[in-house]
Design a protein around this ligand. Structure first.
Ligand code: FAD
Length: 311
């Protein structure tokens, strides 16, 4: 058994494992895919002190840093169930898809999240070639260009406001007949001169020249007519889904969106179970934030382990 078992091998998990190993705790880290979302990222320009890097390179560096320590690193292992300790100081158990199970006095959950996809032709083909999911990350790459934001909820409208300050023109596309974002955000967006809003619009295709995106096709859901918008970028903002489905039966407190509820110390409602990164209620989902949160969760696990005797 471990003293600390980290589930998830993205920036949050790697940071958590390194921090607890540095405290001398017997640490294991199990991940379905080491590197997490970072593996799917091309240019990264907001990892402070590193002006430019690329996802696979940073993911490799995360793995390398973990290997510097005496950490049991287990890749391609998908957790399917968390069985919390029955008493304070007891052993938690995590059951994996391959039938294995691991026990630890403290568990740090860092299973991240995934952006909901449109699921239309061209989206996957032009991912990172004009199709983007993170305005904080990729907005500046479209300086002066034409982009669309798909999704009229709070995140879509916030993204459109953010991008309108950077890019040349923004078209916001909403499936429903009206935007769902808070009124104050809608008012702000409507006050911006380089923004068009199109409601009742179903995106049907992402088009490109083989290299990069050059247009978006949508259907007017009232008339059935198809329209094409020429542009250079498409930001998909139809939801970020936490990878927490496997925790539903564990008694862990989660929001209705599936985010693990954590306090300022990254503690969950279950003693000895901590969580960090995109899978949690922490606002703003970013690499540098996930690393900071993972480190905090690890220090909280340390605090828990020295205060609670093993039983
Ligand atoms: P993740 O990176 O999602 O890692 C989760 C880990 O948990 C993975 O190892 C995964 O395999 C594992 N896992 C999931 N479920 C299970 C399970 N059941 N059992 C075991 N393991 C599991 N942020 C920036 O700061 N700058 C950028 O430029 C940037 N660009 C981005 C571009 C794209 C295309 C995307 C998708 C995201 C981008 N982000 C960027 C966001 C950033 O990648 C995330 O905020 C960050 O990776 C979150 O880290 P995390 O460790 O919480 O989760």
């Amino acid at each position: 058994p471990y003293e600390v078992l980290v589930i998830g091998g993205g920036p949050a998990g790697a940071a958590a494992a390194i921090y607890t190993a540095r405290k001398g705790f017997r640490t294991g880290i199990a991940a379905e895919r080491f590197g997490g979302q970072v593996q799917d990222t091309m240019g990264i320009e907001n990892f402070i002190s590193v002006p430019y890097t690329e996802g696979p390179k940073l993911a490799g560096a995360l793995e390398q840093h973990v290997k510097e320590y005496d950490i049991d690193s287990m890749n391609l292992l998908r957790a399917e169930k968390l069985i919390p300790a029955k008493q304070l100081g007891g052993m938690h158990e995590v059951v994996f898809a391959n039938g294995a199970s691991l026990k630890a006095r403290s568990v740090i959950l860092t299973t991240g999240a995934r952006w909901r996809n449109l699921g239309v032709p061209g989206e996957a083909e032009y991912r990172n070639k004009g199709v983007a999911y993170c305005p904080h990350c990729d907005g500046p790459l479209f300086k002066g260009k034409r982009v669309a934001v798909i999704g009229g909820g709070n995140s879509g409208v916030e993204a459109a406001i953010d991008l309108a300050n950077i890019v040349g023109h923004v078209t916001l596309i909403e499936f429903d007949s009206k935007l769902r974002a808070d009124q104050v955000l809608q008012d702000k967006l409507r006050s911006m001169k380089n923004v068009d809003i199109i409601a009742s619009a179903q995106t049907t295709e992402v088009e490109g020249d083989g290299e990069r995106v050059n247009a978006l096709v949508y259907k007017n859901r009232e008339t059935g007519e198809e329209h094409k918008i020429e542009l250079e970028g498409i930001f998909v903002q139809i939801g970020l889904v936490p990878n927490t489905e496997f925790l539903k039966e564990s008694g862990l407190e989660m929001t209705r969106f599936g985010e693990i509820v954590v306090d300022a110390h990254n503690a969950t409602n279950l003693p000895g179970v901590f969580a960090a990164g995109d899978a949690t209620t922490v606002p703003y989902k970013q690499i540098i934030i996930a690393m900071g949160e993972g480190s905090k969760a690890a220090l909280s696990a340390f605090d828990y382990l020295i205060r609670n005797e093993a039983v």
